[in-house]
Design a protein around this ligand. Structure first.
Ligand code: ADP
Ligand code: MG
Length: 417
């Protein structure tokens, strides 16, 4: 007998009203970077932008899940639920927003999701959680709403205005409208949208010595996408000359490869506890695999130990495998090389060579991996490479740009492709 889907009893979006015209200029402006993995929010405090933490972390996971009692959860709570029941959780929401339902560009993401994905009323993917179907814009709105509430608690005042950062898009791309609709559902007016490489470049302006008009390659290696963008920028202007992105080279793909390697390294007779109906042990091992990858950015070897996650001859035991940086680098090298190939393509479209850029600005937490920096050094021979707050730099710069309401918005031109 098939079970009736859980009734969704509580969804925060149902309590939010669209922003009223009277709040168009009211209160502070916050900035939100809705990343594929993490959502970061920043506001101006005094004269400086600050990234508002969530449970002592910089960002909150961009995850929505159906929790116990039919409650829709977001962020850390949703991530916890994802561990218990991956079929009732959705991540990679930014990827879902970026292409119509079924588009091959994001096939990689569809293959990873364990929840039910259907075609939404707007042609974008929608996700079924219990007895309710959530359009991609509603999932984004839930994440934006959590970020807005975090900012309101931090600032101790209502927030109605937001600057959103977006990947570089073509003029006709619907993403800015979809994100504005999502912000509206979360009760906010969109002050402006800023392309992520533009935010990075303008945030970096003045920090590095040299001529005032500069050309940079912005390499963004996040959890859900690699995006490389060639930008020309000065104090208050930035033009994106070209940009390429690929979801299949992302940090989560590397995590998948690490997990596969760890499973292959298990001694004969040992396997991960549970099965398809009880994936919690595998999820715990997958989380430990990601953590091991992060540790290997600063150490050369680590032990991946997950208590009670394995069975040895039908007895419960610990999952316990060593992983070295060298092994990790073997898995990462094809992804890193493919990312640098994308840089080459973007440069060649402008008949430029790696040595023609003034600097490489690295963002996205995955670029902390030493191999990426080392390979980039070899590729961009002699060009300075900067890795400066790769997680929050986008949102911090967007908050600064958003706060300067008396100054004209910096131009951000979509790449011509
Ligand atoms: P997004 O833009 O997708 O939200 P982030 O910039 O927050 O992504 O990067 C998240 C990715 O970075 C995840 O895959 C995570 O495992 C990885 N990551 C986080 N810290 C490190 C680190 N110190 N070294 C290598 N990878 C890291
Ligand atoms: Mg990002």
């Amino acid at each position: 007998m098939t079970q009736a889907p859980t009734h969704v009893t509580d969804c925060a979006l149902d309590r939010v009203r669209p922003p009223e015209a009277s709040t168009r200029a009211a209160g502070p402006v916050i900035a939100i970077d809705l990343g594929t993995t993490n959502c970061r929010v920043a506001a101006i405090q005094g004269y400086n932008p600050v990234c508002i933490p969530s449970e002592r972390m910089e960002g909150s996971p961009s995850v929505v899940a159906l929790g116990p009692g039919g409650r829709i959860l977001t962020g850390h709570a949703a991530r916890g639920q994802q561990a218990a029941n991956p079929a009732l959780a959705v991540w990679g929401i930014k990827g879902l927003l970026s292409a119509p339902y079924g588009d091959r560009k994001v096939k990689w993401l569809y293959d990873q999701l364990r929840c039910k994905v259907v075609r939404g009323d707007d042609g974008l993917p929608a996700v079924v959680l219990g007895d309710r179907t959530f359009a991609a814009r509603e999932l984004a709105a839930l994440i934006l709403l959590e970020a807005r509430e975090r900012a309101q608690n931090f600032l101790r005042q209502p927030v109605y205005r937001v600057v959103l950062t977006l990947p570089p898009v073509r003029k006709e791309d619907p993403l800015p409208q979809i994100m504005s609709a999502a912000a509206g559902l979360a009760g906010m007016h969109v002050e402006r949208t800023i392309s992520e490489p533009t935010a990075v470049a303008l945030g970096a302006f003045g920090k590095h010595k040299g001529k005032p008009e500069r050309t940079a390659m912005v390499c963004d290696w996040g959890g859900g996408r690699v995006q490389v963008s060639l930008v020309r920028y000065a104090a208050r202007q930035c033009q994106v000359l070209g940009s390429e992105g690929n979801v299949a080279l992302c940090g989560a793909e590397l995590d998948k490869r690490v997990l596969d390697l760890l499973l292959r390294k298990l001694p004969t007779g040992v396997r991960v506890a549970g099965d398809a109906n009880n994936p919690a042990a595998l999820y715990r091992v997958a989380s430990a695999a990601e953590y091991a990858k992060i540790l290997l950015s600063t150490q050369t070897e680590t032990r991946v130990r997950v208590p009670f996650a394995a069975t040895v001859n039908n007895q419960v035991g610990d999952f316990d495998v060593m992983l070295s940086r060298q092994e990790l680098e073997g898995l990462a090298k094809p992804l890193v090389d493919a990312a640098l190939k994308m840089c080459e393509q973007v440069l060649s479209q402008k008949t430029m060579f790696p040595g023609d850029v003034d600097e490489v600005l690295m963002v996205g937490e995955q670029c902390r991996m030493p191999l990426f920096q080392q390979r980039a050094k070899e590729f961009f021979v002699g060009v300075p490479i900067y890795v400066d707050e790769p997680g929050p730099s986008v949102v911090l710069s967007a908050a600064r740009l958003g706060s300067s309401t008396s100054t004209p918005p910096p131009s951000s031109t979509a790449p011509r492709r």
